[in-house]
Design a protein around this ligand. Sequence first.
Ligand SMILES: NC(=O)c1ccc[n+]([C@@H]2O[C@H](COP(=O)([O-])OP(=O)(O)OC[C@H]3O[C@@H](n4cnc5c(N)ncnc54)[C@H](O)[C@@H]3O)[C@@H](O)[C@H]2O)c1
Length: 459
Amino acid sequence: MDESTVTRRNLLKTAGIAGAAVGVGSLLPSTVLGSDGRWETLVPAASNPTMVGVPFERHEKVRLGIIGVGGRGTGVCSEFLAVPGVEVKAVCDVIPSKTANAASMVERRGQPRPTEYHNGDHDYENLCKRDDLDLIYIATPWIWHVRMALSSLENGHHTATEVPSARTLDECWALVNASEKAHKHCMMFENCCYGETELMVLRMVRAGLLGELTHGAGAYQHDLRGELFSNGGEGLWRRFEHLDRNGNLYPTHGLGPVANYLECNRGDRFDHMVSMSSQSVGLQAWREQHLKADDPRMKEVYHCGDQNTSLIKTAKGRVITVEHNVSEPHPYDRINLIAGTKGIFRDYPERLYIDGQKEGEQFVGLDKYKPEYLHPLWAENGDRARKNGGHGGMDYIMCYRVIQCMLQGIPPDFDVYDSASWSAPAPLSEISVAKGSAPVKFPDFTRGNWKTPRPFAGV
Ligand SMILES: NC(=O)c1ccc[n+]([C@@H]2O[C@H](COP(=O)([O-])OP(=O)(O)OC[C@H]3O[C@@H](n4cnc5c(N)ncnc54)[C@H](O)[C@@H]3O)[C@@H](O)[C@H]2O)c1
């Protein structure tokens, strides 16, 4: 398929979900009004053992298959090739030039040329049927993530998706059920959890520097207007998400690190949320300036509000703010705030205030804390990460850590319950917005196992 022939209708049709998985209307029937006045979703009965704390089997090396080698998949493929112990065995994309590009990159890095799968929208199923893969990583448009992950899990592979793993609550549950049934991990590669700052702050929080934690905030404030209207890459699919949906479409980059600080799914959990969206005007204003009057995209109607702000309350009573805005001018910002009874950290730029500090009541930089709190993953791999890695090196650190867990035979840092819980604010925000910002309950994807303490990246 040529890039120019990829249309929204094609994407939905070939994914087999046209009219089913898009639109708030399809989300509403799975919610019921609870006795406490909050909307909640139905929880399927457990039928298989939990995946909480399940270690990987120990691997001598990790044989990798990649589905989707566009911008992100190619970048992460390059990161994995820099990690000792990884063999890239198979790559898949609907565009043959992209699999050829990725396969050549693998060869240039000294490995045998991987098998290329580019025979249409469902050739990924043939990649998934291979019995010589240890991990399949999926970096395709969002509407494909879950069906590809299900195919991978059903064929017995550990699986990783790009962010967000899922777009609907039903999809979240489908991943949980499939991971448990296959007894294979289904991770969401939330790279922001592996930033140098995020891992350092995680250690500071665990050491008690901020006292008892009470609130956090995360965001995805990224001016994607040019990208959304481009004629390649994400411009071919991501803008379409703004047509039918209205909520926080991309919650995980801001939320993942904050969920870790607060030990969500490891002692606390997201309980319920409320959400509000502003009106939708940013993309319309941008296209007025940049598109010709007869461009077909001038007729598109975007329902997604430019600014979405959601509030999550946790079972322990903490409050998390999550924001999303990709449609207006804004310097890149994930907020990355965590606070408690002894102090507060916030990012962009990174700054800290500890009650009673000698500098007085003002924020100070993190430098003086680095010698004690820099995470060992960064202390040992920081130079290599910055040299190889995208997003300041966090992508390399994430890939390195996943492979480390598989080689050592220990549990992954994140599992299918994190994939589901961190993706769920997207559909839950859509429900809340559609119901006039009503509170909506989070499903407990762990089925009661959220109190089990477990480390993230050894912390
Ligand atoms: N974690 C991060 O920092 C980060 C950064 C960018 C993108 N992403 C995520 O990565 C994913 C991909 O984004 P991208 O920027 O690479 O987009 P992209 O459009 O550049 O790449 C997607 C690729 O998937 C391919 N594809 C589509 N349908 C397919 C199918 N049926 N079978 C095989 N291949 C198919 C496309 O041809 C394309 O090459 C998205 O989920 C996005 O949210 C994450």
